[in-house]
Each structure stands twice: as structure tokens, then as C-alpha cells.
Ligand binder design. Structure first.
Ligand code: NA7
Length: 536
């Protein structure tokens, strides 16, 4: 679709990740005129940009995939338990082609501003190529981890070698054979990248500020029998996943830590450790809310990690000790800790001995030690959840700016809409289960609700829907109350609470009440005449 001068679209969808692609499909099915605008030169969102070696999803591929089409579920065959970034990117491209969506995508175009015209109930969206488009609805499918952080590390601009970022790794790849490579950052990205680069690099130096807990993935190829079983059970399993806390089948335990004996506790932990992955965190119902249960689980993991690391001094630095497991986003690893047993890999504890400066040829630490590096990689994280939305100049009713409304933290109703911003929807945004769930199915659920809502408005001959301030205040209070009853504020520099970004308000952003209860509450409000929304 080309420039739409004079034409008012039904919807502009910002972002061509899983949410945006599904939104375009659903809207076209409904006969609506919609267009996706995407900054990247291809679709896939997170999976388009984060192409670093080792990048992989940590939700199982049979679950981290669209559920809306049986045909797609049966046609696409995943090759591994946890899909690699290239495979996920190939999958979303396969879906876009199969559904014939290409002509609804405007790539290489960044949305700079979106302004609501109250008199006509129309959004005007302005892009970085100077073009503008108008639409009745604006769907922000902008992603939760799409704005990389530019870390404030002194002298970084002086480094003369290649400076790479995990969040926009060169699409053509880069040969690092024999090079001395420094990696700053040991979150999920650093934890996946380190074991992937170590065999290739001549020497790898990893700069760790906060140690992370990672559960082994035990990734493996999946065979035909496994795929057949899943396909036969898909409807039942997808329905069961919707009834969980995170849209994922994790075989969640219903007992609290206090309800089990020490033997039962160990048996449960050992069996989950042997299976691996995020399901480990669902062994007991109160791991992230009860300090005692959490302490037992954290201790168990610390013991397991210590067994993997040969050098006790390295183990001392690598194993987290002073914050509860799960309070920082849990990582899933393949040989991360073991990689530090290699002769060509070194760990620097920059919490104890900070980076003094990046120099032209490497990194100098506060104790004067200097590492000469050929290549420096930043795996330093994102301005999560609110970053992408706050970078668009969004103006709602009466000239209100989203950046101002969200100055003290994101305000939403169900994570779907914001008071004073009529006809603007967010997909898997703050205030919804979002990053605490399977993002693909959560995006589908949001898009379904948005499309059903547009259908409802059209059916009753109304042109706008807007969250009321009262409903928003009550929802935000509820989101905070649920988070306050957990250990989530104790994670060191956690992006869940904005603590990884200097100056960002410390607010727990995703909704922790669980997908099943969330969907039930949303359905209840919707059935009750869109309670909490004003329709005009
Ligand atoms: P994360 O999890 O935010 O990790 C970023 C890492 O970078 C983390 O270890 C940070 O240490 C470190 N960091 C950030 N800024 C600095 C500076 N200035 N100096 C030194 N170290 C720094 O991002 P990821 O990309 O790994 O993962 C994001 C999500 O993607 C992940 O949670 C999954 O959901 C998938 P810190 O912990 O702040 O001390």
C-alpha cells in the first residue's frame, strides 16, 4: 500500500513483530484497511534485530508460535526444542507470505509522532521519511525490548575496533576467529552470546556487573514423533496454556515451599533442573512471593551452578548471592557457566573493579589493569516496556502527551489503552502479563480483543473508545498491589522495574496476576458493556 494522502485508513499498526503481523492479518480478514509501519528493513521485530550468535527463544518452539491457524501449526515444522533466532525469523516470514501480507507493510520507516484529532476521531501518524498517514485507530505493536540502551561507559566513543551490539548485530554476520573480544553485559543476551563466541574467538573477556541465575535449557533437536504428538494435542494444549499464569505449559506446581518436606522439595527441584528451562521457576507456587521458598530455591540453584564451574574464585563471582532468584528476569543457558572453564575465556567483576574507561584499544579497569581488545560487544539491555512508546511523540486528547502522562511510570487499563488517548491500543504493553508470558499468544489475545472491539464499535455505529481515568487508576493500583506482594523489587538493576535505566521511575511494569485471571477480568469488563471504557 502506498502513501495514503487524503485516505483515512481503518488502522495504522506500528511494528511488524508477532503482534503487528497478526493484527494486519486479522484486520484484513475483517475487511478493514490497515497498514503496518516498521522501522526495520524486514519483519520480525525482536527477532529481526537480535541476530547475535547463540540468540534463541527460551520458550519452547511448539508453544512460542501462532495458535490462530491450524494450517500454519501443521505446516511449519520446528527443528529444535528452543528455536534459534534465524528459525523464528524464517517462521514469521513464512507466515507473512502464506497470509499474503507483504503489500500491507511499509518497511524502513520509523514512526516519529502520532496525534489524535478530537473533532474527527482520527489519528495522524508522521514518519521519518516525512510522510503522514491518517487512520481511525492506532495500534502500537512496538515491542517490549526494542530500544537498546546506550550505556554510559566513559570513553566508549574512543574505541577504534568494531563496536558491536547484540541488539543490532550485522545481518551479514562477522568473523571473529582468533580475535580478542570483550563482552559487556551478562543478561540473557550475554549469557547466550558467550558460549557461542568462545570457540571462535581467540580470547574472550566477559565484563559482569551483576551475576545472573540461569537454568540449563537442555536444548535438543525435536523428532517427528514429538511434533506429531504436539500437533494431535494442539487444541487441548493451547486451551490449557490460556489457563496458566503465563500462557505457557510449565506444569506449574500448586504447593507452596512450606507444604513439602525437604526430600519432596529436592525431588521436585532435581526433576525440574533435569528438564530445564523456565518451567524450573514454576516448581512451587510461592517462589517469587515467599522469601523462605525463594531462598531454598536460590540455594539449590547456587549449588548446581557451583558444580559447573572449575575455579572457585570464578564461581564466587559468577554465582548470584544477594538477590532472590526470579527478581531479575531468569535466564536460560546452554553451557554458559561451563564456558568459563575454557582457557581462552576470562571474567572481570566490574561490580568490584569498575570499568574506568574504554580506550582506543581496549578497556582499563579501576585497578589499572588493561585488556587489549580487537572487538567490543555491548549486550547491555533495553529501555524496556515503555521505551519504544515514549520515543514516539504521542499526543492525545487536549494536547496531552504520553511522555508526560507516563512521567512517573506507565498508566494503562489492562495494558491495552491509556486515558486521554482514544482509539489507541497497545499490544502486550505495560499493565498486561506481557513479558511475564508467552509473548506470541499474549499478542494474539490482545489483537483479538482490539479487533473484536473495533467490530463492536462499527456494529453499534460509534467512532471512539477511551479508557476512563477511574478505571485506569484502579487497574494501576491493582497492578502495583500484586507486584508489591512479591520479591520483584529486590532484583538488582532489574529492567522489570526500570532500574537498569538511570532516572527511570521504579515501577513494576508487567502485570503479575497471571494470564488466566487477567483474561477473565478483561472478558468480564468487556461483557459488562466495556466497563471502564467510554464509548462515543
Ligand atoms: P539485560 O537482561 O538487561 O542485561 C543487560 C546486561 O548489561 C546486564 O548484565 C547489565 O548489568 C549490563 N549492563 C548494562 N549497562 C551496563 C553498564 N553501563 N556497564 C556494565 N554493564 C552494564 O538485557 P539482555 O539483552 O541480556 O536481555 C533482555 C531480555 O531479552 C531478557 O531478559 C530476555 O527477556 C530476553 P546489570 O544487571 O544492570 O548490573
Amino acid at each position: 500500500m502506498d502513501e495514503q494522502s487524503g485516505v483515512i485508513l481503518d488502522a495504522i499498526i506500528v511494528g511488524a513483530g508477532f503482534g503487528g503481523i497478526y493484527a494486519l492479518h486479522r484486520m484484513r480478514q475483517m475487511g478493514l484497511k490497515a497498514q503496518v509501519i516498521e522501522a526495520g528493513s524486514g519483519i520480525g521485530g525482536t527477532w529481526f534485530w537480535n541476530r547475535y550468535p547463540g540468540a534463541r527463544c527460551d520458550i519452547e518452539s511448539m508453544q512460542y508460535s501462532y495458535s490462530f491457524s491450524e494450517e500454519i501449526q501443521n505446516e511449519w515444522t520446528w527443528s529444535e526444542l528452543y528455536a534459534t533466532q534465524p528459525e523464528i525469523l524464517a517462521y514469521i516470514n513464512f507466515v507473512a507470505d502464506k497470509l499474503g501480507l507483504r503489500d500491507g507493510l511499509k518497511l524502513n520507516t520509523r514512526v516519529l509522532a502520532a496525534t489524535f484529532d478530537e473533532d474527527r476521531a482520527v489519528w495522524t501518524v508522521t514518519c521519518d521519511d516525512g510522510s503522514t498517514r491518517r487512520a481511525r485507530f492506532c495500534v502500537m505493536a512496538t515491542g517490549c525490548l526494542s530500544i537498546p540502551l546506550a550505556p554510559n561507559i566513559p570513553g566508549i566513543e574512543n574505541f577504534e575496533g568494531p563496536l558491536l551490539r547484540t541488539s543490532d548485530w550485522p545481518a551479514e554476520g562477522i568473523d571473529l576467529s582468533g580475535q580478542t573480544v570483550g563482552i559487556i553485559g551478562t543478561g540473557s543476551s550475554g549469557i547466550q552470546l558467550t558460549p557461542a563466541l568462545a570457540p571462535q574467538a581467540g580470547r574472550l573477556v566477559v565484563y559482569q556487573r551483576t551475576p545472573n541465575y540461569a537454568i540449563p535449557a537442555h536444548n535438543r533437536p525435536i523428532d517427528e514423533k514429538y511434533v506429531r504428538t504436539w500437533r494431535a494435542q494442539y487444541p487441548k494444549r493451547r486451551a490449557a496454556a490460556r489457563m496458566t499464569r503465563n500462557n505457557t505449559l510449565n506444569n506449574a506446581g500448586y504447593r507452596t515451599g512450606a507444604e513439602v518436606t525437604e526430600d519432596q522439595f529436592r525431588t521436585e527441584m532435581e526433576s525440574r533442573w533435569a528438564i530445564g528451562g523456565i518451567a524450573f521457576m514454576y516448581g512451587f507456587s510461592d517462589i517469587t512471593s515467599n522469601p523462605e521458598t525463594n531462598h531454598r530455591v536460590s540455594e539449590f540453584v547456587r549449588e548446581k551452578l557451583a558444580e559447573k564451574i572449575d575455579d572457585p574464585a570464578v564461581a564466587e563471582t559468577l554465582i548470584p548471592k544477594d538477590y532472590p532468584i526470579g527478581a531479575k528476569r531468569i535466564c536460560v543457558d546452554s553451557n554458559y557457566y561451563e564456558t568459563f572453564n575454557r582457557d581462552n575465556v576470562e571474567l572481570r567483576d566490574i561490580q568490584r573493579t569498575p570499568i574506568e574507561a574504554v580506550t582506543a584499544s581496549g578497556i582499563r579497569l579501576a585497578d589499572g589493569q588493561e585488556d587489549r581488545l580487537d572487538v567490543l560487544v555491548l549486550a547491555t539491555g533495553f529501555d524496556a516496556m515503555t521505551g519504544a512508546l515514549k520515543r514516539i511523540d504521542i499526543t492525545g486528547r487536549a494536547g496531552r502527551k504520553l511522555v508526560d502522562e507516563w512521567e512517573a511510570g506507565p498508566l494503562t487499563y489492562f495494558g491495552l489503552g491509556v486515558a486521554h488517548f482514544p482509539n489507541m491500543f497497545i499490544v502486550a504493553g505495560p499493565g498486561s502479563p506481557s513479558v511475564f508470558s508467552n509473548m506470541v499468544t499474549s499478542a494474539e489475545q490482545h489483537v483479538d480483543w482490539i479487533c473484536d472491539t473495533i467490530r463492536h464499535l462499527d456494529a453499534v455505529g460509534r467512532s471512539s473508545i477511551e479508557v476512563t481515568e477511574d478505571a485506569q487508576d484502579a487497574w494501576v493500583r491493582h497492578v502495583n498491589e500484586v507486584a508489591d506482594a512479591t520479591l520483584m523489587f529486590e532484583g538488582k538493576n532489574s529492567w522489570y522495574i526500570g532500574a537498569n535505566v538511570p532516572g527511570k521511575p521504579r515501577v513494576f511494569m508487567p502485570y503479575l496476576g497471571g494470564v488466566a485471571d487477567y483474561l477473565a477480568a478483561l472478558e468480564d469488563a468487556t461483557r459488562d458493556g466495556y466497563r471502564g471504557f467510554q464509548i462515543a
